[in-house]
Write a protein that binds this ligand. Structure first.
Ligand code: ATP
Length: 311
């Protein structure tokens, strides 16, 4: 008997989350040029929707949320196309697909939108093409596509080591209420890391402590937004503010609005502010909007699951 779930379909929709780094500590670059990091990721309810439809070849189109410049490539360099090609090679698939991405995560905003697209594409095409890949196969392919891609598959809250791609799930209780102040123009992740190295020149900086911050992990385990707000940290924040001095005003505005913690997300320039609860997050969002310190201000809850099929 054929169950309703196995009826073949020629399209699927997957939802994949953006992330905020609650803590990010980076060491000096190794011989391969990569900076070792110890980071605590949290997946947030700011989503990319990816609709994959059976088609000839592999193509992509993108709809951007309001205010974003048209900076997403639609050629072979798009991370979703790279993910599709990698999965097709891995599984020996000759079918094609069209991918449509409805982007809400800011482009080059330090919230891993491209990584979410890649993770979402792996999940979508695994289903659409029926590749039979295991979860571990998908995680291995994800790590080949970028340091943040495995986390976009896994979601929730996790500690990332190595380049951020070696994940250990972290326990988090309850729901946290975030506000994101999104800039009109992104920052290049390599440029932010280069600036970090320049700013640190002459300092004696070792590899990051492999144990994530005790206070931060305790706040997550106990669902304590005050503790979490006090513990957020990002080694890249100084470099992001150096490259984009206007961020100082955004950060100060969020503090003035009573945010429990304010941190640049990943390589920036998105600024993440933590509210006491949903209503307080709305108040912070209104203050940031009124101050005119961001192109777009959104609220989101966390943690949420990783890339998943929604139909
Ligand atoms: P990360 O923090 O993971 O380094 P980010 O969130 O700052 O990344 P992304 O939006 O993921 O930045 O993308 C950075 C750059 O990658 C963009 O400027 C764009 O040129 C390129 N890119 C390739 N594919 C995509 C995609 N699907 N979505 C967004 N950008 C993409």
């Amino acid at each position: 008997m054929t169950s309703a779930l196995s009826i073949p379909t020629d399209w699927v929709r997957v939802r994949a989350p953006g992330k905020v780094n609650l803590s990010l500590r980076a060491g000096p670059p190794g011989p391969d040029g990569y900076h070792p990091v110890v980071t605590v990721y949290q997946a947030v309810s700011l989503y990319e929707d990816i609709v994959a439809t059976l088609d000839d070849g592999i193509t992509v189109s993108v709809t951007l949320a309001g205010g974003q410049a048209d900076t997403v490539p639609t050629d072979e360099s798009n991370l979703a196309v790279r993910a599709a090609r990698l999965l097709a090679d891995h599984a020996g698939i000759t079918d094609g697909a069209h991918l449509h991405i409805d982007k809400r995560v800011p482009v080059a905003g330090g919230m891993a939108g491209g990584s979410a697209d890649a993770a979402g594409t792996l999940v979508a095409l695994d289903e659409l093409w029926g590749t039979g890949a295991s979860r571990d196969d998908l995680l291995e392919l994800a790590a080949l596509l970028g340091a943040d891609v495995p986390f976009a598959l896994v979601g929730h809250t996790a500690v990332g080591t190595g380049r951020g791609d070696v994940l250990t799930p972290a326990m988090a209780v309850g729901e946290f209420h975030w506000v994101f102040a999104i800039a009109a123009e992104g920052l290049s992740t390599p440029e932010v890391f280069d600036t970090l190295d320049t700013l640190r020149a002459g300092d004696d900086v070792g590899p990051p402590d492999p144990e994530p911050d005790i206070d931060l992990m305790h706040a997550l385990r106990t669902g304590d937004p005050h503790g979490l707000g006090a513990a957020v940290h990002n080694d890249l924040q100084g470099a992001a503010v150096h490259l984009r001095p206007a961020l100082e005003r955004t950060i100060a505005t969020a503090h003035d609005a009573g945010a429990l913690g304010v941190v640049v997300s990943g390589s920036g320039p998105t600024v993440a502010a933590l509210g006491r609860n949903r209503a307080h997050a709305q108040v912070i969002a209104a203050s940031l909007t009124l101050a005119g310190v961001a192109e777009r201000v959104v609220t989101a809850t966390a943690p949420v699951p990783g890339a998943q099929l929604i139909c």
